[in-house]
Design a protein around this ligand. Sequence first.
Ligand code: ZN
Length: 349
Amino acid sequence: MEKFEFTEHSHRRYNPLTGDWILVSPHRTKRPWQGKVEKVNQEKRPEYDPKCYLCPGNERAGGKTNPDYKDTFVFQNDFSALLPEVPEGEFTKGELFRAKSEQGICKVICFSPRHDLTIPEMDVKSIRKVVDLWTKEYEEIGKLDYIKHVQIFENKGDIMGCSNPHPHGQIWGQESIPTEPAKELAKQAEYYKKHGKTLLGDYLEQEIESGERILVENDYFVALVPFWATWPYEAMILSKRAVGSLTGLSDEERNGLADCYKKLTVMYDNLFETSFPYSAGLHQAPTDGNDHPEWHLHMHFYPPLLRSATVKKFMVGYEMMANPQRDITAEQSAEKLRSLSKIHYKLNQ
Ligand code: ZN
């Protein structure tokens, strides 16, 4: 038998943040791809769309009118999944039937008044304004006494179920800590208790030393493909300094985050010369009134594209029944992304 090499042979990788495992099958990348590669229709969007409910000055479905905003704009979602006024209640029947009321708040945040832009096409100064608004909202929503967790996220692209191409994201605050952050909270707390340092701080130190999975690095932030990446081009942005949330960042650090966010998403767009779809979200310390020295600020990017602008990774079959599986390794993805131009492809045309 030959010697085990994790770049060559099937193996499982552990995600220390959640405790989950994924199956990696590097030998399968040698399998010929027989699907068709479609050319995507690159629609050119107008700077202002009179029918868009997020553009400045337009009326929204709920009947409210957007102000003539110049940078960012935030408003309470007209179709919120969570509402502040929910009667408190519980339903239990034996051990097997449990339900509980959930209070919360949902907001929408427009990143720019320009209908035709996306984060990778915006300048760092404008992205910094998005970071500032995220910080303000995390702080304000987190301060409400019934809110224990604030989830800031962005769905980009219609295959991610994003209904409007206008650059925007969402903020959901709620009274319980949802499943994914709860797993990460438990793992980070366990690690911090054992080592007196953050799990992601130690992880980042070793990633910087190896360099193998690093995509972008500035003085304050790093973007990398995590060792345990599940999605083909999954990435994570981490702060170099161990801070729990955006509110702990200095002025320069906020610029560093904006810079990192832009550079990573430019790589993404350049990969298949398309507006690269993803779901991205910030993971910050719970706002439950306790100190969380174990929590290390980070942002996840889960993009579904696999081989082209139209060939998407599906989490079906084995992945639904057992655990996620991938063919290209995290190292191969990182190498591919790093090899791309740092200039957005639209500017090169
Ligand atoms: Zn996380």
